[in-house]
Design a protein around this ligand. Structure first.
Ligand code: SAM
Ligand code: SF4
Ligand code: F3S
Length: 458
């Protein structure tokens, strides 16, 4: 007798992600865990069966933002449940880790709260959440990486690969050591295995991630401790990988070997994000960065010796407690000396529980804002000039996105500039030569040079 199996409808999963690339990676891994349980992602929260807010706690109003989002989502949940449906509402990520108990208390309609180190337990948490509210913010003794399934897909030819978690640096302004826990490096075998699987799913580019990625020191197959430089060289040996990048780095861990890798590892792209935060030694000291501005200049000089072409970017905090006009001028001078291709700058935001939140000599808001504008104007000018200099060049671009409305392809140059061009959709996820024809402050425009367009225009 033939038994007709009824096809189960899939469950809708809505994930909203804030914060750094580590959170983007974590959200993707949550999808990988939930896909075998019958979940499929959706772009709208209304009728979802499960909603996950993957949160970031790095700057002010983080908790506030989560609560206002939760307030809106509660209405969808109430509406669905009034009709007899069920919607699981979960808060994940760094706000969940830092403020888990508070969220449980203030938002009784939230079903699950879990941190960045426990999301691999999602299947068990979902079962538990049918009978009780679940909070899971411990730092478990075993690593989540030992339990995660393979990545379900690679989008646009590029993939994040997390190799290191947590941070032991304790910069005085930063919440990350508290939300992500202490530094932990995955084993080389585990990373290479994941990289090989990503390549089979068409990854052309791998971006290795860590809060302090260059502090990486994982166990190699030879039983010895391997550095990030060793790992990058091993990744470059994998056929199919065309491009490698790594982020985010700390100047103190820019060792000689890693700097050398920029000269001898062709697949390592000529771009580096190396946050410095300030150009004033007294502020760097108060931030507990444990290096000077000149040490940073020396690292950049050494990098440029190995890879003269390297495009540099950085993060800056302006208005740290005690920052004088002269300290700020020192930051401006450092920016002039380095000449960045891009930079992200923020005004200092006191974070509860961090040492800098209790520091004296606060810089008034209007001074912070005025300094931020001056710094951003300088950086924007440098970025525009950098983009202008690439006009007329032909560069290989990895097209990792299609704009469905305009049909345009969007991608990245080796220098990590974003670029758009008209082209055939088949180039999505591929690396193609593009002639740069336009430059804007934040992006480039180009013409794709494939055989067919060359023949057409000849
Ligand atoms: N690990 C990286 C490093 O060592 O520079 C940075 C990680 S953090 C996720 C990204 C950036 O957020 C920092 O580089 C810093 O510029 C900024 N940031 C962190 N805490 C901040 C705070 N309390 N106020 C303003 N900006 C902050
Ligand atoms: Fe935060 Fe400093 Fe660690 Fe970077 S190195 S994550 S800024 S504590
Ligand atoms: Fe934010 Fe956590 Fe990343 S605080 S920046 S999501 S490590």
């Amino acid at each position: 007798m033939k038994v007709m199996m009824e096809k189960q409808p899939y469950k809708k999963l809505f994930i909203k992600t804030w914060g750094c690339q580590m959170n983007v990676y974590d959200s993707q891994r949550m999808i990988d865990i939930l896909t075998p349980l019958g979940y499929k992602t959706t772009d709208t929260p209304e009728e979802s069966d499960m909603i996950i807010l993957n949160t970031c706690h790095i700057r002010e109003k983080a908790t506030h933002k989560v609560f206002s989002e939760l307030g809106r989502l509660k209405e969808h949940k109430d509406r669905k449940e009034a009709k007899g449906g069920k919607m699981l509402l979960a808060v994940a990520g760094c706000v969940a880790q830092a403020e888990g108990d508070f969220i449980m208390e203030r938002a009784p309609y939230v079903d699950m709260v879990f941190g960045p180190q426990t999301y691999h337990e999602l299947p068990e948490m979902i079962i538990r959440a049918t009978g009780e509210r679940v909070i899971n913010t411990d730092f478990p003794p075993d690593s989540k990486f030992d339990h995660l399934p393979d990545a379900s897909e690679v989008k646009g030819g590029t993939a994040f690969l997390s190799i290191q978690e947590g941070c032991d640096k304790f910069c005085t302004f930063c919440v990350v050591p508290y939300t992500r826990g202490s530094e932990f490096s995955r084993s080389i075998n585990g990373i290479l295995d994941e990289a090989n699987k990503l390549v089979k799913k068409n990854a052309q580019e791998i971006i290795v991630l860590g809060q302090n990625v260059n502090a990486y020191h994982g166990e190699g197959p030879d039983g010895k401790i391997w550095s990030l430089g060793d790992l990058l060289r091993a990744l470059a040996d994998i056929d199919g990988i065309q491009r490698l990048r790594y982020t985010t780095s700390h100047p103190r861990d820019m060792g000689e070997d890693l700097i050398k890798a920029h000269g001898d590892t062709g697949k390592l792209m000529p771009s580096l994000h190396l946050p410095v935060q300030s150009g004033a030694d007294s502020i760097l000291k108060a931030m507990n960065r444990k290096h000077t501005a000149d040490h940073y200049r020396k690292i950049i000089a050494d990098l440029r010796q190995e890879q003269p072409d390297i495009a540099l970017s950085s993060d800056f905090i302006v208005g740290f407690p005690g920052e004088t006009d002269q300290d700020f001028e020192d930051t401006m001078q450092l920016v002039r000396d380095i000449n960045y291709a891009a930079a992200y700058s923020f005004t200092f935001s006191p974070r509860p529980g961090t040492p800098a939140a209790n520091m004296q000599n606060l810089v008034p808001e209007h001074v912070k804002n005025e300094r931020l504008q001056r710094l951003q104007a300088l950086v924007n000018e440098q970025q525009s000039k950098f983009n202008d200099r690439t006009r007329g060049l032909t560069l290989p671009v990895l097209f990792d996105r299609i704009n469905e409305e305009t049909g345009q392809l969007h991608g990245r140059t080796p220098y990590n500039q974003s670029l758009h061009a008209q082209g055939n959709k088949r180039l999505y996820g591929q690396i193609t030569d593009v002639k740069i024809t336009e430059s804007f402050p934040n992006s480039l425009g180009g013409e794709i040079l494939t055989t067919e367009t060359v023949v057409k225009s000849a």
